[in-house]
Design a protein around this ligand. Structure first.
Ligand code: ZN
Length: 432
C-alpha cells in the first residue's frame, strides 16, 4: 500500500489530513482482518513549491523541508495515525528516478527537449487517461504540447516533465546525472519511490481526489510504460474538505491547519472523529461549531468508557461481526460509529465485555481510548502534563474573557477525570 505523502513546504491543511486519516482507516481495517500491510508513504522534499519557498526564506532545501517534515510527524502522532512501515524522501531516491526515466527513454515513451529536460510523450502511452477519464483529443488547440510545471489543470493535458534541466531559479538545487544537470519532476518521484519499495505491482494506492489528475494519471503512465505491468490494483481517493461550503484557500482566509485546531484547545482526536463521521467518498463541510459538537461527542464517549470500570471481559462476537460488516461495506465509518454508540448504550452487555468490545473497535477507529485508560490509571498522584496544559490554556482564556473557551476547557479537564477550581491563589487541580 502506497500513500502520497505531504509536500513538506508548509503545514498541511485539514483536507490533507483527511487523506491520511482515510488511508489509516483502510490500513487498520485490513490489519483488523488479519492482513499484513506493507505501507509506504513518501515525503516530497524536492519539487517546484519546496524550491520556491526555501529560496524565499533564504534556507537550504534540506533545512527548510526538515522543519516541515518534523511538524508533519508530530501531527500524525496527534491524530493517532499509525506510521507507515517507512517514510521515504524524494531526495533519497534520485538514482531510482533516473533509472526509471532512462527506461522510458529506451522504450520510446520519453524524449529530450531543446533545453535538456526529459518529457513523457503521452501519445505513446495508449492507456493515457484511464484513471481520470481525460482524453488526449481534448488537448487545447494552442497548447505548446508540453508542460514543465508540476501542477496543471485537467483541460491542459500535455506532455509532462520527467527530468527538469537546471534553471537559474533552481539555484543550488540540482543533481548531475546521466540525464544532465537538473532535478526530477514531481510525478516521477512517486512512481520511482513506490516501485522501489513495493515492486512493480501495488495492491492499494491512496490519495485525495485532487491527485487523480495529473499526478496519479501520470504515475500510471510512467510506471506501466516502464514495466508493462499493471501498476495498481485498487485506487482509493478521498473527497475534499470544504470550509463553509467553499474550497479552502489562503486568499479566502478559510485555510486551516491542525495547529489552528490545537491552538483553540480542541483535542486533535475530535478532528479524527469528525472525519470518520462521513464516508471518505463524500465531500464534507468543515466549520468550528461542527468540530466543537464532535468534541462534545468524543468527551461523552470517553466518559461512558471510563465509567465501565477497570475490568476487561470478552469481546462480543455479535457486535464484532456487525462492525466488520459495516466497515467491509466500502469502509462505512459513519455506520461503524453508530454501532459503537449502540454498544455503549446496550444494557444487555456487561461493563467488562463492553469495555473489551469498545477497545477492540478502537483498533480500527483509533480514538485513543486505550491511552485514556493508561493516563487515568496512573496513580502517581501527579497531575498529567496534558491536564496541566489544558488548565494553563483555560487560565489564559479566562484572562482574555473568552468564557466559552474556558468552559469548554473545564469540561474537557472533567472528561479526563480531573477538576479545576479557581482559588485566590489561582487554579487548583484535583482528581474527581
Ligand atoms: Zn504521489
Amino acid at each position: 500500500m502506497y500513500t502520497c505523502g505531504p509536500t513538506v513546504y508548509n503545514y498541511p491543511h485539514i483536507g490533507n489530513y483527511r487523506a491520511y486519516i482515510s488511508a489509516d482507516i483502510i490500513k487498520r481495517v485490513l490489519m483488523y482482518e488479519d492482513f499484513k500491510v506493507r505501507h509506504i508513504m513518501n515525503l516530497t522534499d524536492v519539487d517546484d513549491k519546496t524550491i520556491r519557498d526555501s529560496h524565499k526564506e533564504g534556507k537550504t532545501l534540506g533545512d527548510f523541508t526538515e522543519f516541515y517534515t518534523k511538524e508533519f510527524l508530530k501531527d500524525i502522532k496527534f491524530l493517532n495515525i499509525i506510521p507507515p512501515l517507512r517514510f521515504t524522501k524524494a531526495t533519497d531516491n534520485i538514482t531510482e528516478m533516473v533509472k526509471l526515466i532512462t527506461e522510458l527513454l529506451a522504450r520510446g515513451l520519453a524524449y529530450k527537449s531543446e533545453d535538456g529536460s526529459t518529457y513523457f510523450n503521452i501519445r505513446k502511452f495508449k492507456n493515457y487517461g484511464k484513471l481520470s477519464g481525460v482524453a488526449i483529443e481534448n488537448q487545447k488547440e494552442n497548447a505548446s504540447g508540453r508542460i514543465k510545471k508540476d501542477e496543471y489543470e485537467k483541460d491542459n493535458i500535455q506532455d509532462f516533465a520527467l527530468w527538469k534541466a537546471w534553471d537559474p531559479e533552481d539555484g543550488n538545487v540540482f543533481w548531475e546525472t546521466s540525464l544532465g544537470k537538473g532535478r526530477p519532476g514531481w510525478h516521477i518521484e512517486c512512481s520511482a519511490m513506490s516501485m522501489a519499495h513495493l515492486g512493480a505491482e501495488l495492491d492499494i494506492h491512496t490519495g485525495g481526489v485532487d491527485l487523480i489528475f495529473p499526478h496519479h494519471e501520470n504515475e500510471i503512465a510512467q510506471s506501466e510504460g516502464a514495466t508493462g505491468k499493471q501498476f495498481v490494483k485498487y485506487w482509493l481517493h478521498n473527497e475534499w474538505v470544504l470550509v463553509d461550503n467553499k474550497k479552502m484557500s489562503k486568499s479566502l482566509k478559510n485555510f486551516y491547519t491542525l495547529r489552528d485546531i490545537i491552538d483553540k484547545g480542541i483535542n486533535p482526536l475530535a478532528f479524527r472523529f469528525w472525519v470518520l463521521m462521513a464516508s471518505y467518498r463524500t465531500k464534507v463541510n468543515f466549520n468550528w461549531d461542527a468540530l466543537l459538537g464532535t468534541e462534545t461527542a468524543l468527551k461523552r464517549l470517553q466518559g461512558l468508557y471510563l465509567a465501565l470500570g477497570p475490568e476487561l471481559g470478552e469481546i462480543s462476537e455479535r457486535y464484532r461481526s456487525k462492525f466488520k460488516k459495516r466497515l467491509g461495506d466500502d469502509l462505512d465509518t459513519p455506520r461503524a460509529l453508530s454501532l459503537l454508540w449502540d454498544l455503549a448504550k446496550d444494557e444487555k452487555i456487561s461493563n467488562s465485555d463492553k469495555k473489551a468490545t469498545i477497545l477492540d473497535f478502537d483498533k480500527v477507529l483509533g480514538l485513543g481510548l486505550e491511552n485514556l485508560k493508561e493516563d487515568l490509571s496512573a496513580q502517581t498522584g501527579e497531575t498529567p502534563e496534558e491536564i496541566t496544559r489544558l488548565a494553563e490554556k483555560r487560565e489564559e482564556a479566562r484572562r482574555n474573557k473568552d468564557f466559552r473557551l474556558s468552559d469548554e476547557l473545564r469540561d474537557k479537564i472533567n472528561s479526563l477525570g480531573y477538576e479545576v477550581k479557581d482559588t485566590p491563589k489561582g487554579q487548583k487541580i484535583d482528581k474527581i
